[in-house]
Ligand binder design. Structure first.
Ligand code: PLP
Length: 385
C-alpha cells in the first residue's frame, strides 16, 4: 500500500485541479500584475477572479481579502496592526491553546509592556465565556481566539464570542486556519473583524495565506513597500499561489458538505475502532464540537513518538502534536492547558484526515494500531507484567 497520510492538519496535498489552474502562471502568464502592459494586466484580472473565489467561500466582498505569504503572516499582521491602530489601549486577550503564530507574538508583546490575558480551557478544551466577558474592558485593544484547534480539532463558539467582543467596541480576530474549508462561514452575517486563512491546509500550495479584513476595520500594513493589495500588503504577488488558493476555495465551497460527511464517517470509524481495540486510551477534546477530520487520542503508559515510529514503519503518517512543536520533547501546550496528565499527553497521537483518505486505509490502520500499542506496552516499564 502507498503512504497513508493522516497528517492533514500539518499540511495537505495540492488538489490536481488546483495545480492545473496554477501551471500557466509559471512559464506562460508570468507577467507582473502591476505592469502597465496587457501581458501583466491579464494576470491582474486572474488575481481578481481568485479574490472573488476566496470571497465566495468566506461569504465576504472581494476587497475584504488581503493575500499574504502564509497563515503565520496573517496572524502576525492582524495582531500588530490592531495594536498600531489603537496606541492608547494596552491589553490583549487570547487563549492558552492558540497556535504559536498567535501565542509567540502575543507573548513578545507582553515582554514589550502589553498586558496579556491567556484564557484557560477545561478538560475538554472548552473556554469559559463568562471569564472572557469579565476580562473585556476599556483598555482591551484586541481579542484573538482561534476558530478550531489544530491539535484536538475543538471548535470554539466563535460567532458568539465575536458578537460579545465587538459589542464592547473591541476588535476581534480569529485564526481560522484549520476551520476554513471544513466549516461553512458567512462573513456578511458575522461580527468577526479579522480572520486568518492558510492555503496549504485546504489543498492549495504552501506559502499563500489570506487575511480577511472586514470593511471599516483599520489595517496598518506589516509589510511596507509597493502598493500591492491596495497598499495593505506590499510585495509582488505570489501569483500561482493566489490562483491556486482561489481554485481550492471554489472547490471547498462546492464540496464542503459532501466531503465533510465522508471524512467524518472515516474519522469516526477509525476513532471508535481504536478506542474499542486498544485498552487504556481516550480522546482528547470535546468530541461534540470538533472538526470533522481530527481525532487526538492518548495512549496511557507509552510514548507518542514511539507510536509514530512504528506507524511510520507501516507507511502511516500521523502526528504527536502540532507540526511546529514536534521535534521537541515538551508535551503539547494544548493538552497541558486541558489538564491532560503529563504521561498521557506524552502518549498522544493526532490523526487528521482529508478527502483523499479511503476506507481501505482506515481499515489497515485499525488492524495495525492494536499490534503497535501492545508491542510498546510489552516494553513499557509503567505496565505491570
Ligand atoms: N494557525 C494554525 C491554527 C495552524 O494550524 C497553523 C499551521 O499549522 C498556522 C497558524 C500557521 O500557518 P502557516 O503554516 O501557513 O504559516
Amino acid at each position: 500500500m502507498d503512504t497513508i497520510y493522516f497528517d492533514n492538519n500539518a499540511t495537505t496535498k495540492v488538489d490536481e485541479h488546483v495545480l492545473e489552474e496554477m501551471k500557466p502562471f509559471f512559464c506562460d502568464l508570468y507577467g507582473n500584475p502591476s505592469s502597465m502592459h496587457t501581458f501583466g494586466g491579464q494576470v491582474g484580472s486572474r488575481i481578481h477572479k481568485a479574490r472573488e473565489q476566496v470571497a465566495g467561500l468566506l461569504g465576504c466582498q472581494p476587497d475584504e481579502i488581503v493575500f499574504t505569504g502564509c497563515g503565520t503572516e496573517s496572524d502576525n499582521t492582524a495582531i500588530n496592526s490592531v495594536l498600531a491602530a489603537a496606541p492608547n489601549k494596552r491589553k490583549i486577550i487570547t487563549t492558552r491553546v492558540e497556535h504559536p503564530a498567535v501565542l509567540t507574538v502575543s507573548r513578545e508583546l507582553e515582554n514589550r509592556g502589553y498586558t496579556l490575558i491567556e484564557l484557560g480551557v477545561d478538560k475538554k478544551g472548552r473556554l469559559d465565556l463568562n471569564e472572557l466577558r469579565e476580562q473585556l474592558d476599556d483598555d482591551t485593544a484586541l481579542v484573538t481566539i482561534m476558530y478550531a484547534n489544530n491539535e484536538t480539532g475543538v471548535l470554539f463558539p466563535i460567532e458568539e464570542i465575536a458578537a460579545m467582543v465587538t459589542k464592547r467596541g473591541i476588535v476581534f480576530h480569529t485564526d481560522a486556519i484549520q476551520a476554513v474549508g471544513k466549516i461553512s462561514m458567512d462573513m456578511s452575517k458575522s461580527k468577526i473583524d479579522l480572520l486568518s486563512v492558510s492555503g496549504h491546509k485546504l489543498h492549495a500550495p504552501k506559502g499563500i495565506g489570506v487575511l480577511y479584513v472586514k470593511k471599516g476595520t483599520r489595517l496598518s500594513p506589516f509589510m511596507l513597500g509597493g502598493h500591492q493589495e491596495a497598499g495593505r500588503r506590499a510585495g509582488t504577488e505570489n501569483v500561482p499561489g493566489i490562483i491556486g488558493l482561489g481554485k481550492a476555495c471554489e472547490l471547498a465551497a462546492e464540496n464542503l458538505e459532501e466531503e465533510n460527511s465522508k471524512v467524518k464517517a472515516l474519522r469516526d470509524k477509525l476513532e471508535s475502532a481504536i478506542l474499542e481495540k486498544c485498552p487504556d486510551c481516550f480522546i482528547n477534546g470535546d468530541s461534540e464540537n470538533r472538526l470533522p477530520n481530527t481525532t487526538n487520542i492518548s495512549f496511557e503508559y507509552i510514548e507518542g513518538e514511539a507510536i509514530l515510529l512504528l506507524l511510520d514503519k507501516y507507511g502511516i503518517c500521523a502526528s504527536s502534536g502540532s507540526a511546529c512543536t514536534s521535534g521537541s520533547l515538551e508535551p503539547s501546550h494544548v493538552l497541558r492547558a486541558m489538564g491532560v496528565p503529563f504521561t498521557a499527553a506524552h502518549g498522544s497521537i493526532r490523526f487528521s484526515l482529508s478527502r483523499y483518505n479511503t476506507e481501505e486505509e482506515v481499515d489497515y490502520t485499525i488492524e495495525k494500531m492494536p499490534e503497535i500499542v501492545n508491542k510498546l506496552r510489552d516494553l513499557s516499564p509503567f505496565v505491570a507484567k
